[in-house]
Design a binder for this molecule. Structure first.
Ligand code: GLC
Length: 416
């Protein structure tokens, strides 16, 4: 399958092998702790939002711990919000005062992050918001906190998008030169068709996306860039949905893609959000993603103390327990080239086929159309043989009576 995938300018060879990454949404919005869009959802004025800057002091920030959690969960790359829509920069930028070094915490959070994850052998990426609800040159639009102010039109006067586009290029240059080699830059997001009260939405022309992309590629031609500037690049990024087939571009070509998902519906830390997905659902999302040839970027929203929420730690630990024994069905794997079968989800890596058992059978597991194709089969978690017999076109595996102690048991099949 992989050979038919649309070519990328950036180096995606490691990316499609590694399959599983950690997203981190962190910013001032961790203090109000009611969604990373809180500033605009509640239309909070600048002087009121300032309190989160004045009290930002994540005294327990130890990115080494974050990196350990990522590593133990089997995640191979990470993408941190260097700046989210609120405009606050987690890095020491020469182009703004609205940055972590000017808060009570006083340090460059990005620097510590990069060092910690790199030390664990995890590839490092930055999310960079195209939207900016703090920058004085960013024109008010449909998502802006000031959109419904009576004087919104006046407030918009003199805002110069060109200056803001230049600001972004300057910051991207800082991010990609000051922290060593960065593997991914994840821009977010475009909405050019979304006009509100006469305020135009924004897209590639507003971001001057061509120049922005060139800025990044001139520094690192191999960097992976997503397509949310509105210019197709390396990576398609379906959000909070699980595609049930390989993602395609407008011309029908298969593309490199990455589903991004939350534990609980909010990206930033949300104290009172209760809809946390179970470890089983999360593991199944990972399997589903790889079975359609994609990557999964799973998000954590650290607290304002700088720690992961205990519910996130629990989920990551459970995923790690599963990955410890079953990661062979994830890394290097992709969509399988065998017919689908009830109750299982396949992934494949060359001659190795992985049957993830979603509905555990009482007697035996029927795999459609595999007669004559299987040389040997074993449970992946303990390499114990799984005997099988062929009937017509199908194969019947004799699965153990007792379900193996795995959230999703996997059978590793050696194809002939
Ligand atoms: C959205 C949201 C945002 C989040 C992102 C992750 O576009 O605006 O808060 O960062 O998706 O994909």
């Amino acid at each position: 399958m992989q050979q038919n995938v649309r070519k990328t300018s950036g180096d995606t060879s490691w990316f499609v092998r590694d399959r599983f990454g950690m997203f981190i949404h962190w910013g001032l919005y961790a203090l109000p702790a009611r969604h990373e869009w809180v500033k605009t959802n509640e239309k909070i004025p600048e002087d009121v939002y300032q309190r989160y800057f004045d009290y930002f002091n994540p005294d327990m920030y130890e990115p080494k711990k974050w990196a350990e959690f990522a590593k133990n969960a089997g995640m191979k790359y990470v993408v941190l919000t260097s700046k989210h829509h609120e405009g606050f920069c987690l890095f020491d930028s020469n182009y703004t005062d609205y940055k972590s070094t000017n808060t009570p915490y006083g340090k460059d959070l990005v620097k510590e992050y990069v060092e910690a994850f790199r030390a664990e052998g995890i590839k490092v990426g930055f999310y960079y918001s195209l939207i900016d609800w703090h920058h004085p040159d960013f024109p008010i639009d449909v998502f802006h906190p000031r959109r419904d102010d009576e004087n919104a039109k006046e407030l918009n006067e003199g805002r110069d998008m060109k200056k803001y586009a230049e600001y972004m290029r300057n910051q991207v240059t800082e991010l990609l030169t000051n922290y060593g080699k960065i593997d991914i830059i994840w821009f977010d997001f475009s909405y050019s068709n979304n006009t509100y009260k006469g305020f135009k939405g924004k897209g590639k022309d507003d971001w001057e996306a061509e120049k922005l992309i060139k800025t990044a590629r001139d520094i690192n031609p191999n960097i992976i860039i997503n397509n949310r500037t509105e210019i197709e690049q390396d990576l398609w990024t379906p959000e909070q949905v699980q595609p049930d087939e390989w993602v395609k571009d407008d011309d029908g070509n298969l593309v490199v893609w990455e589903a991004c998902q939350t534990f609980s519906g909010s990206w930033g830390y949300h104290r009172d959000e209760e809809t946390w997905k179970s470890p089983e659902v999360l593991i199944r999302m990972l399997i589903d993603t790889v079975s359609c040839g994609g990557n999964l970027l799973l998000n954590v929203g650290p607290t304002a103390r700088g720690c992961f929420d205990s519910r996130a730690e629990y989920a990551l630990t459970q995923i790690g327990k599963w990955m410890k024994f079953n990661s062979r069905s994830i890394y290097g794997c992709t969509e399988a080239e065998v017919p689908a079968s009830d109750g299982v989800k396949y992934t494949q890596n060359g001659k190795m086929l992985y049957a993830h058992i979603l509905t555990y059978p009482a007697f035996s597991l029927k795999l459609k159309g595999l007669a004559g194709k299987i040389a040997y089969a074993q449970l992946l978690n303990d390499a114990s043989e799984v005997q099988f017999e062929e009937k017509g076109d199908d194969v019947y595996l004799s699965t153990p009576r007792v379900k193996p102690d795995q959230i999703v048991p996997v059978i590793e099949i050696f194809l002939k």
